[in-house]
Design a protein around this ligand. Structure first.
Ligand SMILES: Nc1ncnc2c1ncn2[C@@H]1O[C@H](COP(=O)(O)OP(=O)(O)OP(=O)(O)O)[C@@H](O)[C@H]1O
Ligand SMILES: [Mg+2]
Length: 298
C-alpha cells in the first residue's frame, strides 16, 4: 500500500463532523458522492475538487473492535497480494469520536470513472471475450479458499487497458475456521437494521459470504451483477471466460435467479434501514449511517 503522509490526508475529524451533519439532516447534498455500493457510500474530498475517495465504515463501539476490523482488512490485502491481485492504493485511518465510537475510513486516490469495470464494459464493442473478464476469473481461482471470499463484481475493478486493479476493500470476506462468521465484528453493519431482524440477517450474510468462497459462487455473483448493470451482452463472454480461463462452469439460469433474488431483497433491505432510522430518530437517538436514496438495483 502507498503510505500517505499526514499532510496529504484530509482532516478526518472534520470529514466525520460533516458526514454526521448530513446524517442528521438526512441529506447528503452538501457532500460530493463518487459512487455507492450496497454497503458504503464513497465520498469525494475536498468537496469542490476531490483528490481523495473516502469510504466510511459504520462506527465501532470500541477501539478494540475497530482494530479487529483493521486487522481483517490488512490480512485481506496480504491474501490478495499473495494471489497477485493488483490493488488500487488504499490506506486505513481511524477517527475516535467524542462519544467513544471509532470510525474507520478507507482512503484512496480518486479513480477515473471511465476506468471502472462496469463503465469499461458498457463502452466496449460487443465481443466474444474481454480481457478484463479473463483477468477477473483468473484471479478468483487464485484467491478463494473455504475461508476466503472474493467480491469480484465488475464495478469493483479498474481497467486501464492492460491491468485490472481491485478497489473494493470495505468488506474483507475472511471467515473463521468454522466458517460460521467473519473475522471481525459485523454488529456495526447489522446495527443499521431493525434489531428483530439482525439474527436472520446475520445468517443471510453468512450464506452470502460462503457463496463468495467458491469460484463458482464468486463468478456466478459477478455474472448476476452484470444483469444488474444492464450488461447482458457480457454474460455469455463471462461464462465462456470462466470455463476457458478458469475451468469453472457457471450456470446461466442460476446467475439470473441470483440477480432476481437480490433485486427483490436489496430495496427491501434499504427500506428496513430507513425504518430503523425513523425509529431511532423518533425515540431521540441517532442513526449512524448515511443512506443512499436508492439501491444500485433501482
Ligand atoms: N477510489 C474511487 N474513486 C472513484 N470512484 C470510486 C472509488 N472507489 C469506489 N468508487 C465508486 O463507488 C462504487 C462503490 O465502491 P465500493 O465497491 O468500494 O463500495 P461497496 O460496493 O459499497 O463496498 P462493499 O463491497 O463493501 O459493498 C464503485 O463501484 C465505484 O463506482
Ligand atoms: Mg463494490
Amino acid at each position: 500500500m502507498r503510505i500517505v503522509s499526514d499532510t496529504d490526508l484530509p482532516d478526518l475529524a472534520d470529514v466525520e463532523a460533516r458526514v454526521r451533519a448530513a446524517i442528521h439532516r438526512r441529506d447528503s447534498s452538501g457532500l460530493r458522492l463518487l459512487g455507492h455500493g450496497e454497503v458504503s457510500i464513497v465520498l469525494g474530498w475536498p468537496t469542490d475538487e476531490p483528490v481523495h475517495a473516502l469510504k466510511r465504515v459504520p462506527p465501532f463501539r470500541t477501539a478494540a473492535l475497530a482494530q479487529q476490523y483493521i486487522d481483517a482488512c490488512e490480512q485481506n490485502f496480504a491474501v490478495l497480494r499473495a494471489a497477485e491481485v493488483q490493488l488500487w492504493p488504499t490506506s486505513l485511518h481511524t477517527v475516535v469520536r467524542d462519544d467513544g465510537r471509532v470510525v474507520v475510513y478507507h482512503r484512496q486516490p480518486v479513480a477515473d470513472p471511465v476506468q471502472i469495470g462496469s463503465n469499461v464494459l458498457r463502452a466496449a464493442e460487443p465481443a466474444d471475450s474481454h480481457p478484463l473478464l479473463d483477468v477477473i476469473v483468473a484471479s478468483v481461482v487464485r484467491v478463494v479458499t473455504p475461508t476466503v471470499g472474493f467480491d469480484v463484481q465488475v464495478a469493483n475493478w479498474l481497467w486501464d487497458g492492460t491491468t485490472a486493479q481491485q478497489l473494493d476493500f470495505t468488506s474483507p470476506f475472511l471467515m473463521t475456521p468454522a466458517r460460521d462468521d467473519l473475522l471481525f465484528d459485523t454488529s456495526g453493519f447489522l446495527q443499521e437494521y431493525p434489531a428483530v431482524l439482525r439474527p436472520l440477517l446475520r445468517r443471510e450474510l453468512t450464506t452470502l459470504i460462503r457463496r463468495l468462497t467458491t469460484a463458482e459462487g464468486a463468478i456466478g455473483d459477478m455474472i448476476s451483477n452484470l444483469h444488474k448493470e444492464g450488461l447482458h451482452q457480457w454474460v455469455d463472454p463471462a461464462i465462456r471466460a470462466a470455463r476457458n480461463v478458469a475451468g469453472v462452469s457457471v450456470d446461466k439460469a442460476t446467475a439470473i435467479k441470483m440477480y432476481e433474488d437480490d433485486k427483490k431483497l436489496m430495496p427491501v433491505a434499504l427500506k428496513l434501514k430507513k425504518v430503523q432510522r425513523a425509529w431511532l430518530v423518533r425515540t431521540g437517538r441517532t442513526y449512524d449511517s448515511l443512506l443512499p436514496d436508492r439501491t444500485t438495483y433501482e
